[in-house]
Design a protein around this ligand. Structure first.
Ligand code: URA
Length: 189
């Protein structure tokens, strides 16, 4: 039987790809280990790499605001990334890096057993929903995968760069709130 403690310990020493050579800290994930909602981002940025926590930079501030809009906060969700170590210069994680890291995310999903997974951005949606995922066309659509409900929305960093996408992201959040009411237990309603 896997446990959070065993997984964190094993993951902390990971040297499966070369991102371990340039990382300051591995960013495992944070939040409630009993959450029914998992948010999956792309990979740590500069601030996250220094702090060892996901979404602590400007994108994280926006993510907090987005959660607040639907009466959520970090204590009621779990937040992880497709790769646990920062790609240098914030480039997209390579397929090989995502592949090397995938087992950690899969084990996090198995342990958490969330009812809902929200992919934050294209990279995460490609990894968890469909390799051909097109975020502009397919954000906000719900998918049934392995008995869970999955949806992707724009990455908060994209929303910082392009304000015109925010109304669409807001609609996605409203859809998330509706889905939470439909599939999560009473604690979320
Ligand atoms: N962007 C991500 O995708 N993940 C983080 O943890 C921070 C920024």
């Amino acid at each position: 039987m896997d446990s959070w403690e065993a997984l964190k310990k094993e993951c902390a020493g990971c040297r499966r790809c070369s991102l371990c050579d340039t990382r300051h800290r591995l960013v495992f994930g944070t939040g409630s280990e009993r959450a029914q909602i998992l948010l999956v981002g792309e990979g740590p940025g500069e601030q996250e790499d220094l702090r060892g926590e996901p979404f602590v930079g400007p994108a994280g501030k926006l993510l907090d605001d987005m959660l607040k809009m639907i009466d959520l906060d970090r204590s009621r969700v779990y937040i992880a990334n497709t790769v646990k170590c920062r790609p240098p210069g914030n480039r997209d994680p390579l397929d090989t890096e995502q592949g090397a890291c995938r087992e950690w995310l899969d084990r996090q999903i198995a342990l958490l057993d969330p009812k809902i997974i929200v992919c934050l951005g294209r990279i995460s949606a490609k990894a968890l929903i469909d390799p051909d995922f097109r975020i502009t066309r397919e954000h906000g659509i719900w998918y049934d995968i392995d008995g869970r409900r999955l949806m992707a929305t724009y990455h908060p960093s994209a929303l910082l760069r392009d304000l015109s996408r925010r109304p669409e992201a807001f609609m996605d959040l409203r859809s998330l709130r509706k889905e939470i009411r439909a599939v999560c237990d009473g604690v979320y309603v």
